[in-house]
Write a protein that binds this ligand. Structure first.
Ligand code: S3P
Length: 432
């Protein structure tokens, strides 16, 4: 069991009913925080993510000279006008891979040397993936055996054409961010279209970005202008409630102001494959991002089954733990492949999902790049090890709702990384 500091007991539920408005999307919040920190003028954000991760991005740009004011989910940033200030101490990225990788992209063209550090989980995560393209552009990066602490010395950058070796929106965004200040046009090509919040955020800050099939390009020498916008609710947080509601035939769940960017809404398609229908109302676009109200109707005869592989696995990467956690309750099970990246997230999510499913009495097969979880299984309450990973803590809180008996989630405080309100909202909508 990992070092756990807080536990949560989750009792089984009879149903899930209610309507929720979720905190702002974590991925979008990071990008607005980082770009707002470097921009000219003021950025005003409403419904900023309440998670600790985007707060790390705000903390870093504040340490680099941006003026950040925060009143709950309202954030105002006075940007540095294109030039960060020297940092007097290492920049603390906390648990946030997004902060470390995407900030490195912005720092690659800045004057001076900057050191980026993180917690023990972040220090285990691969950083070579950003060193390669950013060094090819001219920056100098020192890692410790491929990991943080990371020191980056900015330089006059040259544009590159880069093909991402593994699908990664963080790497794509880091290269595009570096391309902002490079000499020439920087292009990133990806075999699977990953979330495009970086491209959309750049456009919101007044930057021209061009897309051509699998390639996105940015010309250097463009400046950022602060934005004023409302951030849509986080689909990856919503996933826990959507999957929970899908387990109960009489559930009624409405999620308001939910982010519906097509590169993030693949979960709705998988839920449809499993037999749960969603309808979308009040669709609107804000600063290039779609948001709407989502209503879920669970199937009367239980969820079917699904195989998630290829592009689907990359696009659903953050939702796979909760899909695997509800898989035993489906009729035909869920098979996951091409998801090796799960092993280098905040924890080894393939291993931890398998371990915790077995703790609950499930049969599961773990393979290098995925899992086979047969359907038609009844689970019992168990001691769950979150491994300090927010998505594992929340995924197994959902699995616990349909188990026989109570479950105890160890390391439950990790939910604060992306979704501090998770447990109280779960109590609000779970009918016991
Ligand atoms: C993210 C991209 C994904 C995702 C992470 C957030 C982003 O990571 O898992 O939670 O905001 O760009 P990778 O880029 O490593 O795939």
């Amino acid at each position: 069991m990992s070092q756990a500091t807080a536990t949560r007991v989750i009792a089984p539920a009879r149903n899930l009913l209610g309507s929720l408005r979720l905190p702002g999307d974590k991925s979008i919040s990071h990008r607005y925080a980082l770009l707002g920190g470097l921009a000219n003028g003021t950025t005003q954000l409403e419904n900023f993510s309440t998670g600790a991760d985007p707060a790390s991005s705000l903390g870093c740009v504040a340490a680099l000279g941006a003026r950040v004011e925060r009143d709950g989910a309202k954030v105002t940033i006075q940007g540095c006008g294109g030039q960060f200030h020297p940092a007097s101490a290492p920049l603390d990225c906390g648990n946030s891979g997004s902060t470390m990788r995407m900030l490195a992209g912005l720092l690659a063209s800045q004057r001076g040397a900057f050191t980026l550090i993180g917690d023990s989980s972040l220090t285990r995560r691969p950083m070579e993936r950003i060193r390669k393209p950013l060094e090819a552009m001219g920056a100098h990066i020192t890692l410790t055996q491929g990991h943080a602490p990371l020191t980056i010395e900015g330089a006059a950058l040259n544009a590159i054409d880069y093909t991402t070796p593994v699908p990664s929106a963080q790497v794509k965004t880091a290269v595009l961010f570096a391309g902002l200040n490079a000499d020439g046009t920087t292009s990133v090509t990806e075999s699977v279209r990953t979330r495009d919040h970086g491209e959309i955020a750049l456009e919101a800050f007044g930057v021209k970005v061009t897309r051509n099939h699998d390639t996105v390009s940015i010309s250097g020498g463009q400046s950022l202008q602060g934005v004023d916008t409302v951030i849509p609710g986080d689909m990856s947080s919503a996933a826990f409630f959507l999957c929970a509601a899908a387990l109960f035939p009489d559930s009624g769940l409405l999620l308001d102001n939910l982010g519906l960017n097509p590169t993030r809404a693949t979960l709705l398609d998988v839920l449809a494959t499993l037999g749960a229908k969603t309808s979308v109302l009040n669709l609107e676009q804000r600063s290039g991002e779609l948001a709407g109200t989502v209503q879920l109707v669970a199937p009367k005869d239980g969820l079917g089954g699904a195989t998630i592989s290829g592009a689907l696995a990359a696009q659903l990467i953050d939702e796979l733990p909760v899909l695997a956690a509800i898989a035993p309750y489906t009729r035909h099970g869920i098979r996951i492949r091409d998801a090796k990246e799960l092993r280098v997230k905040e924890s080894d999510r393939i291993a931890l999902v398998a371990e915790n499913l077995r703790q609950m009495g499930a049969e599961v097969t773990e393979v290098e790049d995925g899992l086979d979880v047969p359907g038609g299984q009844a689970l019992h309450g168990a001691e769950i090890d979150s491994g300090g990973d927010h998505r594992i803590a929340m995924a197994f809180s959902v699995a616990a709702l349909r188990a026989d008996g109570e479950s105890t989630i160890h390391g439950a405080e990790s939910a604060d990384i992306s979704f501090p309100e998770f447990f109280s909202l779960l109590d609000q909508v779970a009918v016991r």
